[in-house]
Design a protein around this ligand. Structure first.
Ligand code: ADE
Ligand code: ZN
Length: 328
């Protein structure tokens, strides 16, 4: 795993709440006299059984994050983990549902706190962060609308994107078209989780209804090679999270994960860690797994990282600064 630790990495798909180290969440729970011990296993890590249970445990862990200051501390804890894996640029999903419950003013306080923490993380850990506001799909379209209004108000050089995560099996992409249109009009760049729990039709519906330039996961496109060709032709970028997909049971083992074939067929794939402590992963481990399963070497990792930076939701100056770090 250590062999690729030093390689500079760009991560496009990291849920901030899902990246919270279990010890951090346990500490916050103790401070607030909350008993959430049921979400931890004997090893002290998060304990879950399947995707739906994972979402429940995720929400229970997030329930102790209640103030801008909590998120500030969380971002710094996550920055330390990212830096230890060689990440130099990271886009974090932050849910307006959990940061002020969809209230624009409260969300503004969370964003101000996160921006301050990101500046501190940049000084202390040399990691640059940008935020993608990401409503939770199974909370419903109304909550997503409120989240879009929050995001639109704070759109700028720090909050640069809008996405959607959560239970992909519930509701239709078109139910969230208003939220995505609102975010697009505010100048936010768009991504959406699709092709994780639904197959090619779910991806097609998402592209049609929400018009994102990137897809979270998107790996199940492989079940329809015509769709794979379309993704390649349109330059749709996939935020692939290989270890997450194995941990959640999409594929039985890494050799059967489609990332390598998608790459060979010309789709722009990138690598991310999704919710690292939940899946016992890190960016360093993701790279090591790609090397072990597909013999990916430094040359291939450079290509993937350049692809990720190219697809990043940040301005040209930031990209140029990060590109220099990748060269070094
Ligand atoms: N939220 C956090 N991780 C997720 C995943 N893998 N899929 C959908 N929603 C998520
Ligand atoms: Zn995700």
């Amino acid at each position: 795993m250590d062999e690729f630790r030093a390689l500079p990495k760009v991560e496009l798909h990291l849920h901030l709440e899902g990246a919270a180290p279990p010890s951090f969440i346990r500490g916050l729970a103790a401070e607030k006299h909350e008993d959430i011990s049921g979400i931890f296993g004997a090893d002290g890590g998060y304990a879950w059984t399947d995707f739906f249970h994972f979402l429940k445990v995720y929400e229970a862990a997030s329930s102790v994050l209640r103030s801008p200051r909590d998120y500030q501390r969380l971002l710094l804890a996550v920055a330390e983990e990212s830096a230890a894996s060689g990440v130099v640029y990271s886009e974090i999903f932050v849910s307006p549902d959990l940061c002020g419950g969809g209230d624009t003013e409260a969300f503004g306080d969370y964003m101000a706190a996160l921006k301050e923490a990101a500046a501190e993380a940049e000084r202390g850990f040399d990691v640059t962060f940008r935020v993608i506001a990401t409503p939770i799909r199974h909370f419903g379209p109304e909550k997503a609308r409120a989240a879009a209004l929050c995001a639109a108000e704070k759109a700028g050089d720090f909050l640069t994107g809008f996405g959607i995560g959560g239970d992909e099996t519930r509701l239709e992409p078109a139910d969230f078209a208003w939220a995505f249109d609102c975010a697009r009009e505010a100048g936010l760049r768009l991504t959406a989780h699709a092709g994780e729990w639904r197959g090619p039709d779910g991806i097609r519906d998402t592209l049609r209804a929400l018009r994102p330039e990137r897809l979270g996961h998107g790996v199940r496109a492989i079940e329809d090679l015509a769709l794979v060709d379309e993704l390649a032709e349109q330059g749709i970028v996939l935020e692939v999270c290989p270890v997450s997909n194995i941990a959640l049971g999409l594929y039985p083992d890494m050799r059967r994960h489609p990332i390598s074939e998608l790459d060979r067929r010309g789709v722009k794939v990138t690598i991310s860690s999704d919710d690292p402590p939940f899946f016992h992963t890190s960016m360093a481990r993701e790279y090591a797994e790609m090397h072990r399963a597909f013999d990916w070497d430094e040359g291939q990792f450079h290509k993937i990282t350049a692809q990720a930076l190219d697809a990043a939701f940040c301005d040209a100056d930031t990209k140029a600064r990060i590109a220099k770090k990748l060269e070094a």
